[in-house]
Ligand binder design. Sequence first.
Ligand SMILES: [Zn+2]
Ligand SMILES: [Zn+2]
Length: 165
Amino acid sequence: MKITEDEIRRRVGRFKSVLKAAGIKMTPQRAEIFREVARTDDHPDAETIFRGVRRRFPSISLDTVYRTLWLLDDLGMVATLGAAQGRTRFDANTDSHHHFVCSRCGATRDFIESSYGSLEIPDSARGFGQVERVHVELRGICLACLKKPKTKRLGAFHHGKENKP
Ligand SMILES: [Zn+2]
Ligand SMILES: [Zn+2]
């Protein structure tokens, strides 16, 4: 799903005011890194963001991208998600929403379901601390992965096929 230009503008506008309120300088690199997260609902990881930003800022380092992403996280401009392969993914959607996560490739999609907001919090969970928000994560296999034959993951073995006598 593509994020509309209006929504990207809204997100970038909010980013500018949050930076200003925090007394942090807006730099072209910071703007570009945030835009890279804000323009998609793919929940990209840092390396994907880095590859996108590098097209416009060839001298940017992965380290700068990481530091900026953690700054965005501190400012509440992005949320972080743990996903497949242990890579942190970044989410610029700060509205209340839920996720469908592919357990094979880690692709993460947003969905909205207002009834989840009224989920009863069990006492066993309340015992851990104060609940601030409810986020439901559905796990499954995404459509793209469902289409791929399972053996594709063992790609290395495939290549030997032609060599068979
Ligand atoms: Zn998948
Ligand atoms: Zn999300």
